[in-house]
Design a protein around this ligand. Sequence first.
Ligand SMILES: Cc1ncc(COP(=O)(O)O)c(C=O)c1O
Length: 509
Amino acid sequence: MFSPGPAFVRPFALRTSVSIKCPTASFRTPTFHMRPLTIDTLNPAFDKVQYAVRGELAIKAEVLRDKLKEPNHGLPFDKVISSNIGNPQQKGLDQPPITFTRQVAALMEWPELAKLAPHAFPKDVIERANELTAEIGSIGAYSHSQGVPFIRKNVAKFIEERDGYPSNPNHIFLTGGASAGVSLMINMLISSPKAGFLIPIPQYPLYTASLAQHQGRPIPYYLDEYSDWSTSVESIEAAIEKAHSEGVEPKGLVIINPGNPTGALLDETTQEQLVQLCEKHSLVLMADEVYQNNLHKAKTHPFTSFKKVVSKLQSPIPLVSFHSISKGVSGECGRRGGYFECTNFSEEVVALIYKMVSVGLCPPLAGQIGVDSMVRPPKPGQESYELWKKETDTIHVALALRTHTMAERLNALPGVSCVDSPGALYLYPQIKLSKKAQEAAEAAGKVPDAFYALALLDQTGICVVPGSGFGQKEGEWHYRLTCLCPGVDEYVGKLEKFHFEWVTKYGEA
Ligand SMILES: Cc1ncc(COP(=O)(O)O)c(C=O)c1O
């Protein structure tokens, strides 16, 4: 079966028998043989889950960050740069929250503020908070399990304005980030141990992790790096044929657009072909569109939603589209807000999803309010508009510039090639590794690109994710880095210096 990367390294071992010593209490010696809690006694699916974005490299980065606090740490750098995760507001990165979003959030948290500090809030923010409070009441209460109906109506309006086609608020589910929705839908669609999902390679590991957890089968299809990480219907058809020959039943097609880790953006013609492919093979299309507002070349590479394509073609395919407040200009990862829209789902199926989300009571209210601000930003003429425009323009310009500059400089390095991505928050350079480097990696018990990434972290403090965590073709090596770090010159300068030293040590491939 396809495996997205090296085995997850367990930070602690639970397989030995346990003897508990507590300094404050003394326990009675059991008079019977008590079975300890071990990995072997748990759901075996959990052990198979791998999630490289927070894997070995990220764990080591945290250790190094702690070490830096020691006076004589002896490390060759003075800060750890978290380039491993698309977390725009993370400490050390410089994407500030959007003022409008935080002002609305602040008034929702504590409505008294509007009276105590009336001059701190523009009129439209106070109006917005009053309107939301009238609908929601206290954000300390559970809401409708599907999400506040008023906010879902606003999401539907946003989708209608974006696409020019109707959207039904009753078929929209607000979620605690897109991840919660993806996991739920994968879980629901795995109807048998043979059920599989077509997953792009490279992929964002949420998909293989959710499939491992819910015991579905990943069906990898490869994106073409040599044509800017394009998606081809032929490669998906080939993957479907292979799956059938192995007794796997494809249930769904996952498309990440714009892509993670690739940053690639689909053109409408390819999207139409993909919809037709789903019709032909009775597939549910899972469209992960969380980066729809991270476009670096919007004039030449615009975003088109799958909802629009499906509506335009009047296609009957079931489509689930995911969006999130974690990315785009909002970058509110920690609030956990997102939504998914179901298109061409029967009322019966929507009712079943509703039953399942009811078990979790409701998505976080802070996230739901974040979704409302994302889909209803200030409009021209409103008091908050000028600042909102300035802040969001600054984010777009900085990200586009960094992405392009970094791609250009990475491409100038020996043995490195990098697609200058038109969307999302990342670059995914390919690195050619010499035989000597591969042998050294093997001797260290590491996958070659993880070996490269670990050396990069040890020598520069820059934390990236090796390509083996996202999947890649046999014999190719990559890493993913985010384009969120400030000080491109200093940051890329460190990368360049490291790479030249690496080449001096191990030679060119
Ligand atoms: C492609 C993709 N989908 C989904 C998510 C999850 O986002 P959220 O924070 O909304 O759960 C991410 C996060 O990085 C992502 O890259």
